[in-house]
Design a protein around this ligand. Structure first.
Ligand code: MHF
Ligand SMILES: O=c1ccn([C@H]2C[C@H](O)[C@@H](COP(=O)(O)O)O2)c(=O)[nH]1
Length: 289
């Protein structure tokens, strides 16, 4: 996937050293756009192995309107673990538990999970209930009945609620666009902040999967995913990993297959398959909390 490598190169070449709330500085470039055409394969980064299982579960979790990490924890998806733990550490229930102990409590104690596993009104809540509006259902209905609309927008950025979220949304809003011949569905995402090494490969695959599912729901062909990023950054402790990736030749993209599709609201994890994913080995990197 050359577009992703080009994005890394752009930020390395034109970005500036910048500090931020995490204490780990970044090289940052403001305003970048990449285009991925799903007709050329499923855009899963091949220059390192990407954890597609986690991406798929996370997307189904958003679509279900869920905001509690219990579902993810129960399926061994660890990517959101640190954020409720940080919240828990500040609560009066905290008694020095480690992150592993905290996650164990989420797994085994439903009452504990209900209170301490919730991230606040994050993506799932906003997509399915933004002040009473089920945006996802509404927009799918609009795509089906009014494909020429220029108002096919879903927003996760809800200003009065941003401060009660464990992490304000990074992928803040997206728009659908049906081609003039009403055959192809395209999606553009505005992501306000992008961790190019860890988060962005997840975000690309996640929105490509969402585009494919909404297209199938609307009997359209999935076309382009256009990824626009505000603060596009590489954490300085990921620079070596990025350089290693830049030495690797991208491989042929895998294909996405969704079996037994009836509706985007009923898709099962087992029915989503990525076939012929040939990637370079995984590369580890620390996440900045
Ligand atoms: N600094 C930062 N970067 C992010 O990408 C990010 C956040 N914070 N906060 C919220 C979510 C959580 N996301 C994450 C968090 C961790 C990984 C991660 O560690 N990925 C590893 C291993 C995944 C695994 O196998 O469990 C990777 O190699 O992709 C990825 C995305 C994306 N977001
Ligand atoms: O889906 C996601 C979620 C988060 N990120 C990254 C972007 C930043 O590095 C951090 C969030 O920190 P802020 O200070 O709130 O910007 O997480 C991502 O790339 N993708």
């Amino acid at each position: 996937m050359q577009q992703y490598l080009d994005l890394l190169k752009l930020v390395k070449a034109k970005g500036e050293h910048r500090s931020n709330r995490t204490g780990i500085d970044t090289i940052s470039y403001f305003g970048a756009q990449s285009r991925y055409d799903l007709r050329h394969g499923f855009p899963l980064v091949t220059t390192k192995k990407v954890f597609m299982k986690g991406i798929t579960h996370e997307l189904l979790w958003f679509i279900a309107g869920d905001t509690n990490i219990k579902y993810l924890v129960d399926h061994d998806v660890k990517i959101w673990n640190e954020w409720p733990y940080e919240k828990f550490k500040k609560s009066s229930d905290f008694q020095g538990e480690t992150l592993a102990e905290f996650i164990d409590l989420i797994k085994t104690n439903a009452d504990f999970a209900r209170v301490h596993g919730d991230l606040g009104p994050v993506y799932g809540k906003q997509w399915r209930d933004f002040g009473g509006v089920d945006q996802l259902k509404k927009i799918i209905q609009e795509i089906k009945t009014n494909p020429d609309s220029r108002r096919l927008i879903i927003s996760a950025w809800n200003p009065p609620l941003v401060d009660s979220m464990a992490l304000p949304p990074c992928h803040t809003m997206f728009q659908f666009y049906v081609s003039p011949d009403h055959k192809t569905l395209n999606l553009q995402l505005y992501q306000r902040s992008g961790d190019l090494f860890l988060g962005v490969p997840f975000n690309i695959a996640s929105y490509a999967l969402l585009l494919a599912m909404v297209a199938q729901e609307c009997n359209l062909e999935a076309g382009e995913f256009i990824h626009t990023i505000g603060d596009a950054h590489i954490y300085v402790n990921h620079l070596e990993q990025v350089d290693l990736q830049l030495t690797r030749e991208p491989k042929k993209l895998p294909t996405l297959v969704i079996n037994n599709f009836t509706s985007i609201f009923d898709v099962k994890f087992e029915d989503i398959k990525i076939e012929n994913y040939d990637s370079w080995p995984a590369i580890k990197g620390e996440v900045a909390v």
